[in-house]
Design a protein around this ligand. Structure first.
Ligand code: PAF
Length: 279
């Protein structure tokens, strides 16, 4: 596996691989089974697999966890190597955003709701970094987890709006055996919080079941979801919602392709999860 730290190095590498079908997995490191499942998908469908590890400062708000975000460099490199990654792009912040950097990419409507309300500059940071990465890597396919469902929709919209020649591939959320969605932030949870956090997926599953069994009144579904969440000690609900799976507009009656969204706080940790359902 090659490791490249400079933009020029990556551009030179890319010129040599002009005819390759590149599969790209952008990450912020602290790799877990969720990331590895994306790498496996890329490995399966593409001749060359590129992973980037970059803790993108632009997507963290002023009070968020940028400085304490986990950076287990050695084990991340090892995991990439073992997963058959061809190239690891691992730039420094100074390399990626030089002093006079002044451009940003914003997807206006989809970035404003839900996570965008809670984290007003987050998606602009994500779309800016992903634009730069896609421009550099020029992948045929780029792989994103459903776990960050709104991020996935925002990036799909951006790729469509900017005519980027990359297909965004949605990969299923990987979960612990008790249902907790894998996230690099799970490592902040104490053992007790970790156990309580399984109520998030339990609540979403309950919501999906209610819809599948015929409940259509969204207020009722949301109340039921909250009831399950409230069985967890120390868990504060930020939002739960039943939305249109494409526009993320809040629904009043369950219909069509939907996504159930949840964002909660447990101690200092903010966790999000979602499940799709169709009627
Ligand atoms: O999902 C993530 O890990 C990040 O938001 C991404 C897409 C790598 C951009 O920094």
């Amino acid at each position: 596996m090659r490791i490249i730290r400079s933009i020029r190095g990556l551009q030179a590498w890319r010129r040599k691989y002009e005819n390759q079908e590149i599969g790209f997995v952008p990450t912020m490191g602290a790799l877990h089974e969720g990331h590895l499942s994306l790498i496996r998908q890329a490995r399966k469908h593409c001749s060359t697999v590129v992973v980037s590890i970059f803790v993108n400062p632009l997507q963290f708000g002023p009070t968020e966890d940028l400085s304490r975000y986990p950076r287990p460099v050695k084990s991340d490199q090892q995991l990439c190597r073992e997963s058959g990654v061809d190239l690891l792009f691992w730039p420094t912040s100074e390399e990626f955003y030089p002093k006079d950097f002044q451009t940003s990419v914003k997807v206006s409507r989809l970035s404003c709701c839900w996570e965008g309300e809670a984290r007003p500059t987050h998606f602009e940071g994500v779309t800016t970094v992903v634009t730069k990465l896609i421009n550099l890597v020029r992948p045929r396919h780029a792989y994103f987890g459903q776990k960050d469902y709104q991020q996935l929709l925002v990036i799909k919209q951006m790729v469509q709006d900017l005519n980027m020649d990359t297909k965004i591939v949605r990969c299923p959320t990987v979960r612990e055996s008790d249902g907790l969605a894998l996230s690099s932030r799970n490592r902040y949870l104490s053992e007790r919080q970790r156990l309580q956090s399984a109520r998030i997926s339990a609540a979403l599953r309950h919501g999906v079941q209610l819809i599948k069994r015929g409940t259509r009144h969204v207020t009722t579904i949301q109340k039921e979801l909250k009831k399950v969440l409230r069985t967890a000690e120390g868990l504060d609900i930020e939002y739960v919602a039943v939305c249109d799976a494409h526009s993320l507009a809040r629904l009043t009656r369950a219909k069509g392709s939907m996504v159930l969204l949840a964002a909660v706080r447990i101690g200092n940790v903010r966790l999000i999860d979602n499940m799709l359902v169709k009627v």
